[in-house]
Design a protein around this ligand. Structure first.
Ligand code: FAQ
Length: 320
């Protein structure tokens, strides 16, 4: 059998992308495509796992049993999303252990949004509404991403994120129907989360080094600015229905573009946060490292149990 030459494999890869078919783990792929996917999927997985912390902060202080049960379920869903995504990375030859080590040693990123503190219970609702809302805008197109395991994981994740978004909106709506103090809590929370939510989509297209190539490979289906615009257009009527003001004096409907005009987030702050200098970066990573260290005995026990079972199965097989 003769080995297929690389130009032929590359042509097969390109033809698959042109047909809008999926690339699967055993298919040949350029190393840079593989590396880009591992970078993006790992960053996404880390975001889901670190993203459990800000809301987890309110589990013990949720105001009712119902709210506590909903919040616990939501936080657990995020852990599940992390696992689907780490598994997608494993199909590319990178283990979850390796990725976790990179996260806790600060060599891999996670979403900037989770470096902001959750100061009031209203933040649970705002995260559901704005953060999960932004996540859905960004992730629905990723269901059509060119790498099969990533796209399939995203389909399931998006279904759950859309439930999360609704629970956040319902929580805020309940608070807005409450007392003046509750309404003020919601507004204060929205004021803090609006700009960081816009930053979740990444730098403006002109400053995004990865977008062009990721779009050509069908990993990303839209640019950062396109998705940010979509999010603003989707959120403005929701804010109106809720009765909150979005803290952007430039925000207005642009009749000509049939889209909202909006101001720019503080990109210098974004750079600080993604370089590890956000308000909670050190705390988030230290917490993740502590949980990882404290779980070492569980991993060791599971490995020893699996080895014992394999040895027992081998022995039974030998006797047959
Ligand atoms: N935060 O060239 P680009 C969630 C980095 S999940 C931190 O534009 P790209 C669910 C970027 O990695 C939220 N870093 O990069 C939930 C790159 O760095 P590098 C996470 C950021 O990849 C809800 C550099 O800047 N979602 O919220 C950020 O083409 C509630 C240059 O940027 C995903 O990960 C940022 N915001 O586009 C959980 C979705 N933006 O590695 C709990 C998948 C950019 O070159 C509670 N990811 N960077 O040094 C994506 O769609 C893309 O990776 C983008 C960035 C759009 C985030």
């Amino acid at each position: 059998m003769t080995a297929t030459a690389e130009p032929e494999l590359a042509e097969h890869f390109e033809a698959t992308l042109r047909r809008n078919d999926r690339i699967e783990p055993r298919d040949w792929m350029p190393e840079a495509y593989r590396a880009t996917l591992v970078r993006q999927i790992a960053q996404h997985a880390h975001s889901e796992v670190i993203g459990m912390q800000p809301e987890g902060n309110w589990v013990t202080r949720a105001p009712s049993l119902r709210r506590k049960a909903v919040l616990l379920a939501k936080v657990q869903d995020e852990a599940g999303h992390g696992l689907y995504l780490y598994s997608a990375c494993e199909t590319l030859g990178t283990s979850r252990r390796e990725l976790t080590e990179k996260l806790i040693s600060g060599r891999q990123k996670y979403s900037s949004i989770f470096n902001y503190p959750t100061l009031s219970y209203a933040d649970v609702g705002t995260i559901g509404w704005l953060v999960d809302g932004a996540a859905i805008c960004n992730q629905v197109p990723l269901c059509r991403t060119s790498f099969g395991p990533y796209g399939r994981a995203m389909i399931r994740i998006c279904k759950e994120e859309s439930f999360h978004q609704r629970q956040g909106y319902e929580l805020l709506m309940t608070m807005m129907r409450g007392t003046d103090e509750q309404r003020a809590m919601v507004q204060e929370s929205v004021d803090r989360f609006w700009w960081p939510a816009l930053m979740m989509f990444g730098p403006p297209d002109a400053d995004s080094p990865n977008t062009e190539r990721s779009m050509a490979w069908g990993i990303k289906r839209n640019t950062n600015d396109e998705l940010r615009q979509k999010f603003v257009d989707m959120t403005v009527p929701q804010a109106r229905a809720l009765g909150v003001t979005l803290p952007d004096p430039e925000l207005r409907w642009d009749e000509q573009r049939q889209a909202h005009h909006f101001g720019q987030p503080d990109w210098a702050e974004f750079k600080q946060v993604v370089s590890g200098n956000g308000p909670c970066n050190a705390q988030r990573v230290a917490h993740r490292k502590r949980a990882h260290d404290e779980g070492a005995w569980v991993r060791e026990a599971a490995t020893a149990f699996a080895a014992k079972q394999a040895a027992a199965a081998e022995e039974t097989g030998d006797r047959r």
